[in-house]
Write a protein that binds this ligand. Structure first.
Ligand code: ZN
Length: 205
């Protein structure tokens, strides 16, 4: 058995991104939140569909286009049925989709982290390797994720990196987490290495 502990973290954001838009009722830029509702309008053979957003201050609605004047024969029947049924999974996927327009968009950092052990190790583990699966966008930064989940302070994370005992790739500690993020931490000689390893596996006492 190797002394490298491999874990996979799957990051599920709590909240979808919220765009800043001009609210006609508030007469200024406000944040809009998805209502989780889809509106479909079929006009002859043409279909329009929108995800409905609501102004967070006054509930005024704004429609985010999903399909525009699409011929019904070009829409996958399953997608059309899901749109018409307000399918919650589809609503969520759409709410996390990238914005095509250039907009100011608020990202949030509340997440749930599911931890899986990819390969067990001898104890104490000499090195910890974390791979992150991030299917949806979040504003959570790498240092905050690692600190929260390993129950360490962000200054400790920073000094581990400065000493060459921690590496986050490809973009370092101060960026939002992305799919494929890898964090490597040396645990050899670290006094609370066992505690860190247990937290990484989601098995802390
Ligand atoms: Zn408003």
């Amino acid at each position: 058995m190797s002394d490298v502990l491999h874990v996979q973290w799957t990051i599920i954001p709590a909240n979808a991104p919220e765009p800043w838009l001009n609210c006609t009722r508030c007469r200024g830029a406000t944040r809009f939140r998805t209502s989780g509702k889809i509106r479909v309008n079929a006009n002859g053979k043409r279909v329009d569909a929108w995800l409905i957003y609501k102004c967070t201050s006054c509930d005024n609605t704004w429609n985010r286009p999903i399909l525009e004047r699409r011929h019904v024969s070009t829409i996958e029947p399953h997608l059309l049925a899901s749109l018409q049924a307000n399918d919650p999974e589809l609503c969520r996927r759409l709410a996390f989709e990238q914005w095509r327009r250039k907009l100011k968009v608020e990202h949030f950092d509340d997440v749930t982290v599911r931890k899986n052990v990819v390969s067990e190790t001898t104890r104490p583990a000499g090195r910890l390797e974390i791979v992150c699966v991030v299917p949806e966008t979040t504003g959570l930064r790498v240092d905050r994720l690692v600190a929260n989940e390993l129950r360490l302070s962000r200054s400790r994370i920073q000094s581990m990196q400065n000493a060459g005992h921690l590496a986050a790739s490809p973009e370092g500690l101060h960026r939002s987490i992305r799919n494929g993020l890898q964090v490597r931490i040396e645990l050899r000689g670290v006094h609370d290495g066992d505690k860190i390893a247990l937290a990484a596996m989601g098995r802390e006492a």
